[in-house]
Design a protein around this ligand. Structure first.
Ligand SMILES: [Zn+2]
Ligand SMILES: [Zn+2]
Ligand SMILES: [Zn+2]
Ligand SMILES: [Zn+2]
Ligand SMILES: [Zn+2]
Ligand SMILES: [Zn+2]
Length: 367
């Protein structure tokens, strides 16, 4: 089956670790570290089905397990077969597996001092695609200081936690789910994932308001190239033709307003565009490009566009399928437990993860 092949390829990739520069080493040092909670938990010990650490009781996301390389593999898989696959690159000999081409940036500024002239170098673990260094820095300045993904700072850890929280791997890959129990559930999930990649998922693009035309042009070129590539390799060619709204509108606008806050956008400030929402119809202040459910900034600008709303992956997925409050995975089976507060559980996860007692009667663990 298809999934088995993919896992085989993943394993191969893990064996041959790539050289990813300083950023990756940083990430691997942090990989699988402890939690920042009061328990001073030193190592993530995963519970068998809930996504918590049995040592400290916090979520595995709080431990930010894995490494930068893992993140790029996961993101690469997420963007594969979506209109954003140009942000990924093929991994040699890995059976069509693609890796996220994360846009890192090194910024060197001279330090003006009277004695020795020196340079101040800052490594960004991520910056938006397609920006000059100057504009990328303008974008970073729009973020709160502790959220800028500068290597070796809190901002990098914040980004990783957001990645794990907003884009859980078990919303994307049946092989990472522990709670799928039948072929039917696996097929439902595969179909769901394929559908959102083609229709809903996107990555925001940052530009000056006056550069909208260039974004439209670039998107058209990408689409033309994809169609051509797919024609020559004779693979599945199912692309929503003309899915971009408003590309034909030649009006030069002089006033720009944010789709999020409806506030004005000055022509020299950066905006985020979402292709799915139409380059001409929508634009956001960088600080307004948020999940409309949880209000978090969308990590690496990865958005899900549905019913004229921006959502993070987690909140899009659980708007379609119920999510188990026990194991945090989506529920693809017909029968599940529905609480009076609207929360949902797999039947066998409607219990305390420590002692297994049904949640109908409070256990001593929760005290
Ligand atoms: Zn822990
Ligand atoms: Zn903890
Ligand atoms: Zn705004
Ligand atoms: Zn959200
Ligand atoms: Zn569950
Ligand atoms: Zn208990």
């Amino acid at each position: 089956m298809e999934i088995k092949e993919m896992t085989g390829a993943m394993e191969k990739m893990n064996v041959g670790q790539r050289d990813g520069g300083a950023g990756v080493k940083e990430g691997e040092k942090r990989g699988g570290t402890g939690c920042l909670c009061k328990e001073s938990c030193s190592e993530l010990k995963m519970h068998s089905w809930s996504k918590v650490c049995v040592a400290c009781g916090c979520s595995s996301v709080d431990h930010a397990p894995g490494s930068d390389a893992d993140d790029d593999q996961r993101m690469g898989r997420l963007l594969t077969d979506s209109p954003c696959s140009h942000l990924t690159a093929k991994v040699k000999g890995a059976g069509g597996l693609r890796l996220y081409k994360r846009n890192r940036m090194t910024v060197t500024n001279p330090v003006v001092s009277r004695k020795d002239p020196s340079f101040n170098t800052t490594y960004y673990d991520w910056t938006p695609f397609g920006l000059t260094q100057k504009l990328a820095m303008q974008y970073m300045d729009s973020l709160p200081e502790n959220r800028r993904p500068i290597s070796g700072t809190e901002g990098v850890l914040f980004r990783r936690r957001q990645l794990l929280g907003q884009l859980p791997v078990y919303d994307q890959d049946p092989m990472k789910c522990q709670s799928l129990t039948s072929e039917d559930e696996i097929s439902s999930m595969l179909l769901f994932v394929k559908g959102y990649k083609q229709e809903v998922l996107g990555v925001g693009e940052v530009a000056l308001p006056t550069e909208e035309g260039a974004l439209v042009e670039a998107a058209n070129q990408r689409r033309a190239k994809e169609t051509k590539d797919q024609g020559s390799t004779n693979s599945k060619a199912e692309h929503p033709a003309g899915s971009t709204n408003g590309t034909q509108n030649p009006d030069i606008m002089t006033e720009y307003f944010c789709t999020g806050c409806h506030g004005e956008i000055t022509s020299d400030s950066l905006v985020v565009h979402a292709e799915r929402a139409g380059y001409h119809d929508s634009r956001w202040h960088p600080g307004c490009f948020l999940c409309s459910e949880c209000g978090q900034g969308l990590v690496d600008l990865v958005y899900f566009w549905t019913n004229q709303k921006l959502l993070c992956g987690r909140h899009y997925c659980q708007s379609v399928w119920p999510r188990c409050s026990g194991c945090d995975e989506l529920i693809f089976c017909q029968s599940f437990h529905l609480g009076t507060d609207g929360r949902t559980w797999h039947h066998d996860h409607y219990c305390c993860w420590r002692c297994g007692q049904s949640l109908d009667t409070p256990c001593i663990c929760s005290q």
